[in-house]
Design a protein around this ligand. Structure first.
Ligand SMILES: [Zn+2]
Ligand SMILES: [Zn+2]
Length: 283
């Protein structure tokens, strides 16, 4: 039996180019029998995904990927990390409410930005969606393309005027625990916007996250296994700290035949008993 505990799908992850149905079919072809869809900052769609999984005979573990920040970690102020929540009750009211409030805070910030730009003379209308704001700025020809507009909105000046709303890791971990789930640190060597996290920082963050109640590390991830020595380091950290180890493809698109990221494809490279991952999820 194979598994994949990190899949994205459209429309719930806006960056994903595959539907849940396509993702499930693709995983099935690769021999996967248990999946977790971890869409960005949302549990929307999990009920629909569950129905599709049931129909296709795929086992589903509830999941989410949340962008979080760490409090008081020197030099890590600008790093937004990704945490994966698993196995929580899909209808948990507290978790759903928490996600709505967090989302609203992001929207309020974009709204304030758009209002500020209007006051500064930009011919745009009020909006609270960042893609919409970028689109408007391009339509009005203030910027060549969305990338340009994004660069402007992410500039130091705009960021200091409108600081990013940060979800604290501990708050997220607590909410998921209360919903009966566990929390795993996703791809520890990469933070949001593809920022690299070096091995010293990983150790440092691991200390903080463990203090916050972290349950596991995603060791088997495409980004992690590419970095020489990193999987071994993470496995030893997990062992030392009593953390669970997980595996996920982080797939956003349908992968080509034979290229699916599952343990079967590369397990020979690492001396690890994959049964441990399997056993953990079957508990
Ligand atoms: Zn991620
Ligand atoms: Zn992801």
């Amino acid at each position: 039996m194979d598994f994949d505990f990190h899949i994205h799908c459209a429309p719930y992850s806006t960056c994903a180019l595959q539907t849940a149905e396509e993702a499930i079919d693709c995983a099935r072809r690769a021999g996967v029998e248990t999946v977790a869809f971890c869409n960005h900052n949302t549990v929307s769609g999990l009920n629909q995904i569950k129905e599709i999984c049931d129909k296709k005979g795929m086992r589903l573990v509830s999941g989410i990927e949340m962008s979080v920040s760490l409090k008081d970690v020197t030099g890590a102020d600008d790093l937004v990390l990704h945490l994966l929540g698993y196995g929580f009750r899909m209808d948990d009211k507290r978790l759903a409410d928490f996600l709505i409030i967090e989302k609203q805070k992001h929207r309020d910030r974009i709204r304030a930005m758009s209002e500020f730009l209007m006051q500064s003379g930009y011919r745009i209308s009020v909006c609270s969606d960042k893609k919409e704001l970028r689109r408007q700025l391009c339509v009005q020809e203030y910027f060549q393309d969305e990338k340009d507009a994004k660069r402007f909105l992410n500039s130091k000046e705009m960021q200091s005027k409108f600081p990013l709303h940060k979800t604290e890791a501990k708050t997220f971990i607590d909410v998921v625990h209360q919903a009966g789930g566990i929390v795993v640190w996703a791809h520890p060597n990469s933070a949001e916007n593809h920022k690299k996290v070096n091995i010293d920082q990983i150790g440092q963050f691991c200390d903080v996250l463990c203090g916050d109640g972290l349950d596991g590390i995603e060791v088997f991830h495409p980004n992690v296994i590419q970095e020489a020595g990193l999987p071994e380091f993470l496995l030893s950290e997990a062992e030392k700290r009593g953390l669970k180890v997980t595996l996920g493809s982080d797939s956003h698109t349908v992968s080509k035949e034979g290229e699916y990221f599952t343990q079967q494809n590369w397990q020979k490279e690492f001396d690890y008993d994959y049964q441990k991952i399997k056993q953990f999820w079957e508990e």
